[in-house]
Design a protein around this ligand. Structure first.
Ligand SMILES: Cc1cc2nc3c(=O)[nH]c(=O)nc-3n(C[C@H](O)[C@H](O)[C@H](O)COP(=O)(O)OP(=O)(O)OC[C@H]3O[C@@H](n4cnc5c(N)ncnc54)[C@H](O)[C@@H]3O)c2cc1C
Length: 400
């Protein structure tokens, strides 16, 4: 066997899994199509990622938080409102007795830290640029053919190759796909007032707007619009774009002063029919791509990583990593968190991307009710911090 484990996709999730298994005796290859330093690297772009408190704890347990912290900005408060309706919900780190509800970091900075760390590990080999063209499952191993004609084998293959996963396609695995007919516009914004570590989620009749606190007192914008409208907004002169955003978002951060480079992402839900196959596991976006409305996509993928690394790190050093019992134990552990996060995200999109006036009143009442009912608010905060389900060792701050 060439490797004990091959990870296909060295994006945020695949690279995190490699680092979670870095101190094991296992030989691990990471196959990545695009160099981490390349401008077109799809995982490590300029989008701001809201890391939950649970994700921060996983990175702490991996010994990576000290390197990530200088690029991160704490979220101490979250303000949720609905444009044109009464009712707000406020979540605060103080009420939840945690130092921060989450942290915001650009995907690019995360990629830099993860790839620097991978380069220092003897048991990790990054094969890049390379992609998989053929896959064969045998009784005791999987064989992958790469685009340079090389053939490599391992006990287990983990597909972390994103929403359009090649491994999922090579396996002919079905996936639920739903096009939201929405597109996210991202950019960095400078504002008149300091964000004071507050994150804002504002629902509007044309889609939700998130402004997340960032370094240098900037905010990271995710503005969801109906697909087809994004090109017009992206091409608007700076002050016209800011005026439209100001009209939708309001003046909670004072005047919006400057906008950086704008990017767009078409949004769809993708959920693989099966996360495991004979000697293969799908994790991160390859298994489930979510709408960014609640900032849960990467956090969910990182919880896949923490559980898979936990299951694979048994005390038996001769263990076969592709053993069907290990993979089904991973699948059953992840089922509830994956299903509930996907359903909650999907319901939020349906409820809050809707201009029905009756739903508008119900949303307002729901936000006020949540704000004034501490147990519900506490449950919501715990869910968004990724602390509601059975916690693997890394999420509890324990090394593997
Ligand atoms: C606008 C926006 C905002 C978001 N905000 C948040 C947020 O605030 N919080 C949050 O938790 N999540 C957020 N997300 C979701 C988050 O970006 C994704 O969940 C995350 O990128 C998934 O990581 P991944 O590694 O699974 O997949 P990807 O990031 O898609 O990475 C896949 C990797 O696999 C490589 N690859 C693909 N095909 C092959 C192949 N055939 N062979 C080899 N390599 C291959 C790619 O080059 C890439 O490096 C947001 C998403 C969007 C679009």
């Amino acid at each position: 066997m060439d490797y004990d484990l091959i990870i296909v996709g060295g994006g945020m999730v695949g690279a995190s899994l490699a680092m979670a298994l870095a101190n094991s005796s296992k030989r691990i290859a990471i196959i990545e199509a695009v160099s981490p330093q390349a401008a077109q690297q799809p995982s490590y772009d300029d989008r701001g990622i809201a890391l939950s408190y649970g994700s921060q704890r996983i990175f702490e347990a991996l010994g990576l938080w000290n390197a990530l912290a200088p690029f991160s900005t704490a979220i101490t408060d979250i303000h949720v409102s609905d444009r044109g309706h009464f009712g707000v919900t406020r979540l605060s780190a103080k009420d939840e007795h945690v130092p921060a509800l989450g942290q915001v970091i650009t995907a690019k900075a995360m990629g830099y830290v993860l790839n620097q760390a991978i380069a220092k590990q003897n048991n990790l080999e990054l094969i890049c640029p390379a992609s998989v063209t053929k896959l064969q499952q045998h009784a005791d191993h999987v064989e992958l053919q790469l685009n340079d004609q090389r053939t490599i084998t391992s006990q287990l293959v983990v597909a972390a190759d994103g929403g359009q996963s090649t491994i999922r396609k090579l396996l002919n695995l079905g996936a639920l796909q739903h096009d939201y007919q929405q597109t996210a516009i991202t950019a960095n914004i400078s504002t008149e007032r300091a964000h004071n570590n507050q994150a804002f989620e504002r629902f509007t009749d044309t889609g939700p707007i998130a402004l997340l606190p960032m370094t240098d007192n900037r905010c990271s914008l995710v503005w969801t619009v109906k697909s087809g409208h994004e090109a017009e907004l992206i091409n608007l002169p700076e002050q016209d774009f800011l005026a439209q955003l100001q009209d939708r978002f309001g003046y909670r951060l004072g005047k919006l002063i400057q906008v950086g480079e704008r990017h767009s992402y078409p949004l769809r839900l993708i959920q693989a029919d099966q996360p495991i196959q004979h000697r293969i596991v799908l994790i991160g976006n390859a298994a489930h791509s979510l709408h960014p409305i609640a900032g849960q996509g990467f956090n969910l993928g990182l919880r896949d990583v923490a559980v898979l690394a936990d299951v694979l790190s048994t005390s038996d050093s001769d263990v076969d990593l592709g053993d069907a019992r290990l993979l089904s134990s991973y699948k059953s552990w992840r089922l509830s968190d994956q299903d509930s996060t996907i359903t909650a995200t999907n319901n939020l999109v349906t409820l809050f991307s809707n201009d029905n006036p009756i739903l508008g009143h119900l949303r307002g009442a729901g936000l006020s009710l949540t704000d004034s009912f501490p147990p519900l608010k506490h449950w919501l905060a715990k869910k968004s911090m990724g602390l509601n389900d059975k916690q693997p060792r890394l999420s509890r701050g324990l090394s593997l």
